[in-house]
Design a protein around this ligand. Structure first.
Ligand code: SAM
Length: 347
């Protein structure tokens, strides 16, 4: 996997392509353990909470976009509507959530080929009544246009007029989802732009782009509140974040601001990149994507815990027990807030 060498620095180029293989290798090597073993994870409460946040995001933003889809015409029966593009879909952990959203068609792409195989077999094992047509492929979505792997038959839309915008393809998808993966694209500007082009090009106007990424402001706040002589590292019993230095936000590069992330039973010191929210919003605007929602995970909890739909869902998804007691300890709860959830609308 050879990446474009933007700054002509051979060593940096080698470091970067090593990062990409490290990331793909890491996710490929993580076993798909099945439901029973998943329940024994030491961070089972945190995993359930992250899943619930994704379900809330899908419920709050994707449901409407799918329902209002020009394709929600009953063609698929059972009131199915809309098409979803899941970039960095991993092992297909959100397939059931998309089934509940009555998606008509799903495209899942991920750089980790082993994960894609697991997603494919998870899809094949879904109950026929909730299974939807799906296409999966292994692809580096931050280096190549998705049209190199997604067939023309999916990316064309005879029912819609061709776009009058130079950088837009046909309006195919109602929702694009990037869960816990977009930050890997912020290694350099070319990758971030390729990623955003892939998000926006086939997303219809009025369609939504939803995702979850680490909370840069919170991480930098933690970093800067460390005692002056302490190493640039913080965390607790379930996670560790290690930076190379402790420069304040204003002095940090927009792209390639690398740190190392460790999360018990999930992520083992994988290189990740800081996403400065304001910079991301500015860049997304160039791709006609406009911010409509940004919340810390703790805020998502506070806003939705008593909701008629998402409150009871917390019990079903094992975030809390029947008495409302959380399955997360303090350290997991702190780790949960490393992330933010977002939604953009294509205009
Ligand atoms: N979205 C899934 C979920 O929520 O369960 C998986 C999240 S996992 C933490 C991050 C995923 O991003 C991994 O599956 C990884 O392979 C994928 N990824 C990283 N870089 C990528 C790239 N350049 N193109 C596509 N996927 C990538």
């Amino acid at each position: 996997d050879v990446e474009p060498d933007e700054d002509g620095d051979e060593e940096n180029r080698r470091k970067r392509s090593k990062d990409v293989s490290l990331i793909a290798g890491h996710y490929n090597a993580r076993p798909d353990v099945g439901t029973k073993q998943r329940l024994q994870s030491p961070i089972i409460g945190l995993k359930a909470f992250n899943n619930w946040v994704k379900a809330v995001l899908i419920g709050r933003f994707a449901h409407t976009a799918l329902r209002d889809s020009p394709w929600a015409d009953g063609k698929y029966g059972g009131g199915r509507g809309g098409k979803v593009l899941d970039l960095g879909c991993g092992k297909g952990g959100d397939l059931t959530k998309w089934a509940k959203a009555a998606v008509a068609e799903y495209v899942g792409l991920d750089i980790a080929a082993v994960s894609i195989e697991q997603a494919r077999s998870r899809h094949a094992q879904m109950h026929p009544s909730s299974r939807f047509p799906a296409f999966f492929a292994a692809a580096d979505c931050y280096n190549l246009p998705i049209s190199t792997v997604v067939p023309e038959s999916i990316l064309s839309s005879p029912s819609r007029p061709p776009s009058d915008r130079p950088n837009d393809g046909p309006e195919v998808f109602d929702v694009v989802s990037m869960q816990f993966c977009m930050h890997y694209a912020f290694e350099n500007e070319t990758k971030a732009r390729t990623m955003l082009d892939n998000v926006s090009r086939y997303l219809r106007r009025g369609g939504v782009f939803i995702g979850t990424i680490p909370n840069a402001d919170l991480m930098l706040q933690r970093l800067l509140s460390l005692p002056p002589d302490a190493p640039p590292r913080f965390g607790n019993s379930v996670y560790t974040i290690q930076f190379d230095d402790r420069r304040p936000k204003e002095q940090r590069p927009v792209f390639g601001d690398r740190y190392s992330f460790f999360l018990t039973d999930a992520v083992e010191n994988v290189p990740e990149y800081v996403v400065i929210w304001e910079q991301f919003v500015r860049l997304a605007k160039e791709y006609n994507l406009h911010e409509v929602y940004k919340r810390e995970f703790h805020e998502v909890f506070q806003e939705n815990q008593k909701d008629a739909e998402f409150g009871p869902l917390m019990v079903r998804m094992k975030v809390v027990d029947k008495n409302g007691e959380s399955h997360m300890d303090e350290d997991q709860w702190e780790a949960a807030n490393i992330y933010i959830a977002f939604a953009f609308e294509k205009r």
